[in-house]
Design a protein around this ligand. Sequence first.
Ligand SMILES: [Zn+2]
Length: 87
Amino acid sequence: MGVESLPDFTQSARQRWESIPANIRQRLLTNVWCAHCRREVTITNFSGTINSGDLLLVGKCAECHGDVARVSEGAYRPWQAMGARNG
Ligand SMILES: [Zn+2]
């Protein structure tokens, strides 16, 4: 799935999305909780918007095709995700 083809992203959502490292983006897309499947699934046919400062992805569960959504917290902080500690 190319990042370049995001027709359903708003401009600000696309900018936020592209600021996230590719490996994190991949994890966001494949760790979406589906209430129907009761486990983490891959989101498909998703669109992106900014909702209250958070990146909101809305799409379909790859397994059951039910509606799923995931929020990516406001400002992405790579140092938190890496768990890096100085000293
Ligand atoms: Zn599902």
